[in-house]
Design a protein around this ligand. Structure first.
Ligand SMILES: [Zn+2]
Length: 269
């Protein structure tokens, strides 16, 4: 506790005007918000040692930390409540991995966009925190219905090169996610001695190994402990540094987006 970017769903002592879950009509009525951020996580197993909320907590944290920095630079940003369910179609045999199909996500995104579009908030950033989510094609479709809106998406964990911060970042519940959670919510992280090694089995098909063919992994066949990546070298300090620089970078984008009129998004000739 006492973390300055406490995950939004746990709330803080003082309402932050850029976190919708904490703010109120009195404050919203007086603020002309420019950019809405919709963090989108997942509810799934993360090796033996990280909570099911890992993707939600990280996305929540990065959205709040980025918005705080952007707000301090004068950008009127509002972080919407984090959507807790992601696409987990490859994990249906793992208890309490909760799947939300892409078609359901599309419907949710359309409804959120529809709400904002009528309220004068014309820029929406979908901040993704889960590898199985992919909002690109959905944005193409939603954009068709709401030409007054500018929609974009980012994977928060791709904002900066994580190889500068971690020896073996890992794909899922590895060194990066474990370090991040040790910083964000250490009380929810079991000792590393409880964690599996996060060893995964690649597909036998060479095309998929080489990365030019894609197929969904059956998670229980591809992993031993649901993790992909060894968390052994994770530390809270690595997590802190990585998240700080990530929030800084994303804040820069939010500020630029807030200050750029929708009619003026392209470089002049
Ligand atoms: Zn994750």
């Amino acid at each position: 506790m006492g973390n300055p970017h406490q995950v939004a769903y746990l709330y803080t002592m003082t309402p932050r005007p850029y976190i919708l879950a904490e703010t109120n009509w009195q404050s919203v009525q007086q603020t002309q918000y420019e950019v809405a951020v919709l963090p989108w996580g997942a509810t799934e197993a993360h090796n033996y040692h990280l909570p099911y909320s890992t993707d939600v907590a990280q996305c929540d944290y990065v959205a709040a930390a980025s918005a705080e920095k952007a707000w301090a630079q004068g950008a009127k940003v509002i972080v919407l409540p984090t959507v807790p369910f992601g696409v987990n179609t490859g994990q249906m045999d793992i208890p309490l991995c909760i799947n939300m199909n892409p078609s359901t996500q599309l419907a949710v995104l359309k409804d959120v966009t529809r709400s904002l579009s009528g309220q004068g908030i014309h820029k929406l950033v979908v901040m993704n925190g889960h590898g199985g989510n992919d909002f690109k094609q959905m944005i193409r479709e939603v954009q068709l219905h709401f030409p007054d809106m500018f929609l974009c998406t980012l994977h928060w964990y791709r904002a900066i090169d994580w190889n500068q911060y971690f020896d073996e970042p890992g794909d899922h519940a590895g060194e990066m996610e474990t370090s991040a959670m040790m910083h964000i919510a250490p009380q929810l992280v079991l000792p590393l001695s409880e964690a599996g090694e996060g060893k995964s089995r690649p597909f036998r098909l060479k095309g998929i190994q080489e990365g030019w063919v894609w197929a969904q992994r059956a998670w229980s066949k591809a992993t031993h402990d649901t993790g992909v990546g060894n968390p052994a070298k994770a530390t809270a300090e690595k997590g802190r540094l990585y998240l700080e620089d990530t929030a800084q970078k994303i804040a820069g984008f939010l500020v630029a987006l807030a200050h750029t009129p929708i009619q003026d998004l392209y470089e002049p000739d």
